[in-house]
Design a protein around this ligand. Structure first.
Ligand SMILES: [Zn+2]
Length: 362
């Protein structure tokens, strides 16, 4: 027997406009959208800090995976310190669109894109930028930060809470020796067995490696193509809170900095004991919009009714370096969007939503 409710549902679904908006790129040769909205490209952020005293040269990469806030927040904190000795290079949010989407890889896993990548890939420009940056900076050590799954000390297949090296030794780099020294020093702070941070050797260069996929990773690229020693630091997604994830990263970074004669002010101990303030700065958020030539500052939820043919531009974001806007209604890679009816943009501080700006075409 036919179900009239089902028939109504199908009718409603077919009759419903599936896409009230389309990316502007899709309009070439078609009718123009009623309203066009433009956002600035996602910035590639990097910071260079140099101390007065001579020391080592470290490059820190955060946010290759977007759902790993312990990693990119730790990197971000270090952008705000003073370097007393040595040199520090920081690229905190390599995968900004994935951070805002709070997804591992909005465009697929970025850490599998360092061997070959199509220029058509949405991450292409950012990956290319990082590869050039590594070769230009030529640090004495690159540390890439992640929040892995589980706890390696109790589950050797888990990637959480460990220091990952591709080989014990590679060329003249003693990766294993350095990583074990850091591991030993940091583990004094972790009484819980599962929170301990052992060394995980993936033997990526060995023909018998269990992790051939790591040959597409950033650390493998650094070692093989850029002759730069690179180590991956992992806290765990299962640590009870963000503070403990960031703390794990900072404890590890502290020891690597000591080994490479890089000194910062305030020191790591001060930062760790004031982490709450570093993670939740007392800050107000806003965005500047230009709507048909008129400048508007928005700092809370707001809906704009727009006449046809309106032009809207997000001109600037105010808050932290993680403040930006994305729309859950469209492909988040698009920064020029044509809409016919309505769209919402979430203004976010990294993964955290602050407020929503809605546009309705009238
Ligand atoms: Zn990761």
């Amino acid at each position: 027997m036919e179900n009239p409710w089902r028939r109504e549902l199908i009718k409603a679904l077919i009759g419903a406009p599936l896409l009230p908006f389309l990316p502007v790129n899709a309009f070439a040769g078609h009718k123009r959208p009623k309203v066009q909205i433009e956002l600035p490209p996602f910035p590639i952020q990097d910071t260079y800090l140099k101390g007065e005293k001579k020391g080592g040269r470290i490059l820190i990469v955060g946010g290759i995976h977007g759902n790993e806030p312990g990693a990119y927040k730790a990197a971000e904190i270090l952008r705000h310190v003073k370097v007393k000795r040595g040199e520090l290079f920081i690229a905190p949010r390599m995968n900004f669109v994935s951070i805002l989407a709070n997804r591992r890889g909005y465009n697929g896993d970025m850490n599998r894109k360092f061997a070959h990548l199509s220029p058509k890939d949405p991450d292409y420009e950012r990956v290319k930028w990082l590869k050039n940056y590594v070769k230009e900076v030529k640090p004495a050590l690159l540390l890439t930060l992640h929040d892995g799954f589980g706890f390696h000390s109790v589950n050797p297949r888990a990637w959480g809470q460990c220091i990952v090296i591709d080989e014990e030794r590679y060329r003249n780099f003693s990766l294993g020796k350095e990583a074990r020294l850091v591991s030993k020093r940091v583990n004094r702070f972790f009484k819980k067995r599962e929170w301990r941070v052992p060394v995980y050797n993936t033997h990526t260069f060995s023909p018998k490696t269990k992790h051939p996929e790591q040959r597409k990773s950033l650390t493998y690229f650094c070692l093989k193509e850029a002759n730069v020693p690179a180590i991956c630091l992992e806290t765990s997604k299962q640590m009870p809170n963000l503070e403990l994830k960031v703390k794990t990263h900072l404890l590890l970074l502290k020891e690597f900095f000591a080994l490479h004669s890089v000194e910062i002010e305030p020191g790591f101990d001060y930062i760790i004991s004031h982490l709450k303030e570093f993670l939740k700065p007392n800050i107000s958020y806003s965005v500047n919009l230009n709507i048909n030539g008129r400048s508007v500052l928005v700092s809370s939820n707001r809906t704009f009714k727009l006449p046809k043919n309106s032009r809207v531009e997000f001109t600037s974001f105010h808050g932290t370096a993680g403040t930006n806007a994305v729309s859950p209604d469209v492909n988040m890679n698009f920064r020029k969007i044509g809409i016919k009816r309505r769209i919402a943009f979430d203004v976010k501080d990294d993964f955290r939503k602050i407020f929503t700006v809605r546009f309705v075409v009238v």
